[in-house]
Design a protein around this ligand. Structure first.
Ligand code: CA2
Length: 149
């Protein structure tokens, strides 16, 4: 039987992880997080499609395509979490389970980060646990897919 596919989307500036601002986001790079996710996904018998873009339209295109190519979406939309109604609409239209991840605890930070449009369409939200949050999201997604399909 085919393994379920989970699309992991990363938004703007996350390509800079580990390179700039280590005091907020730590020293782990996005490539490190991808590697840990690949390992975790393999243990969970999931296929992983891990991507990053700085472009809102590109993220929306990938969410639209996921309807036919993925079984669930894990997303750290970065700055677009707080601004993008369009990305929220695309996630809602995908009809796929969505789990939102943030490396930092957005609720301990500036007021403008406390609201996320993505949260409104997410089944669950994991914040403040760094790269480990992505692995926890994969665990949760595996359980959702196993119990709901
Ligand atoms: O905590 C998170 O994961 C965020 O999604 C990260 C976003 C921020 O806008 C959200 O409020 C919370 C920022 C991603 C940019 O990451 C950088 C990494 C290194 C250097 C500069 C930015």
């Amino acid at each position: 039987m085919a393994r379920p596919t989970v699309l992991v989307l990363n938004g703007p500036n996350l390509n800079l992880l580990g390179v700039r601002e280590p005091t907020i986001y730590g020293r782990e790079t996005l490539a490190d997080i991808e590697e840990a996710c690949l390992e975790r996904a393999d243990t969970l018998e999931l296929d992983l499609d891990f991507r990053q873009s700085n472009n809102e339209g590109q993220l929306i295109d990938w969410v639209q395509e996921a309807r036919d190519s993925a079984d669930g979406i894990i997303i750290n939309a970065a700055g677009y979490s707080h601004t993008s109604v369009a990305l929220m609409d695309a996630l809602a239209a995908s009809d796929l389970p969505v789990i939102e991840v943030h490396l930092s605890n957005i609720h301990r930070r500036e007021e403008f980060r406390h609201h996320s449009y993505v949260s409104r369409v997410a089944r669950g939200v994991i914040v403040g646990l760094g790269g480990h949050g992505y692995e926890l999201a994969l665990d949760a997604m595996a359980r959702l897919l196993a119990t709901e399909s």
